[in-house]
Write a protein that binds this ligand. Structure first.
Ligand code: F6R
Length: 266
């Protein structure tokens, strides 16, 4: 794991935007894996700004989102499709049909299973994901892979944990139906990405971040599965990094990595 610790949440967003643009510049038909939630909003804002100032085009980019709530329409105010359209897709030149969010409106298990299989097949057909953007839940989830999810899991129906339902309650009106099920890429699906970039900001994430980076490889912290990925970058602000035991070491490694990049091996 490459652990990058930056002064602020804004620096985290800028760093992630640079990584996304690097992938777009390097590939003819880049494939991005995208996340929703509060953390990547600043990244998407930055990408929209760079698109508007003509620093990047998404014309040839395909995207796959991690997850979607089961049982609400794409057009629902709180669907992840609506979130992505609002924060990114409608403001850039990506071709709408090249954006994928799991189709999860149905309440029929058979239809949802087929939708999950089709999602996996679409990722394969696109050539796999070049860069998967991730956030982390308070309980260590990635996508909606809650604690005890299999590290080999693929896109499937997942029951949300109480902690996730409570954390996301703020987005739903009082008395409004709040889904307790989601269709999510599996941990195995995420690990297949050629590179992953997990962003975490704020003190509330510090425990989960510590468990992910320094804890044992454990299904109790799904994000710890990223320890198995060859090209996983974890980019943190100071608060999210505050409980790391080896914080100074990660900063030292980053200095050395930059020196190596400049050809200096001293
Ligand atoms: C969202 C997702 C989730 C979030 C996580 C953190 O697509 O996959 O794993 O990344 O719940 O959410 P925030 O950023 O709101 O703290």
């Amino acid at each position: 794991m490459q652990v990058i610790i930056l002064p602020s949440a804004r620096d985290v967003a800028l760093y992630a935007a640079d990584c996304v643009v690097d992938v777009i510049d390097a590939r003819t038909n880049p494939v991005l894996g995208l996340a929703t939630g509060s953390t990547p909003i600043a990244l998407y804002k930055e990408l929209v700004g760079r698109y508007q100032s003509k620093q990047v085009s998404f014309r040839h980019t395909t995207s796959f989102n991690l997850d979607e709530y089961i049982g609400i329409a794409d057009s629902h105010e709180q669907s992840y499709r609506t979130f992505m359209n609002r924060h990114l897709f409608d403001a850039i030149d990506i071709i709408a049909t090249n954006t994928h969010v799991p189709l999860a409106e149905s309440q029929d298990a058979g239809t949802l299973k087929k939708s999950a299989q089709d999602y996996e097949a679409s990722i394969q057909q696109a050539g796999g994901i070049d860069l998967q953007i991730l956030g982390i839940g308070l309980n260590g989830h990635i996508g909606f892979n809650e604690p005890t999810s299999s590290f080999a899991s693929r896109t499937r129906i997942k029951t949300l944990s109480e902690s996730t339902v409570v954390a996301n309650k703020r987005f739903f009106k009082d008395g409004e139906f709040q889904p307790h099920l989601a269709l999510t890429m599996g941990i195995g699906t995420i690990l297949d990405s050629r590179a992953v970039l997990l962003m975490a900001t704020g003190k509330a994430k510090a425990e989960a971040v510590k468990a992910m980076i320094e804890g044992p490889l454990s299904a109790m912290c799904p994000a710890s599965a990223l320890q198995l990925h060859e090209t996983a970058t974890i980019v943190l602000d100071e608060e999210a990094a505050s409980l790391l035991a080896l914080k100074e070491y990660y900063q030292w490694c980053e200095q050395k990595r930059q020196q190596l990049h400049e050809g200096n091996v001293s």
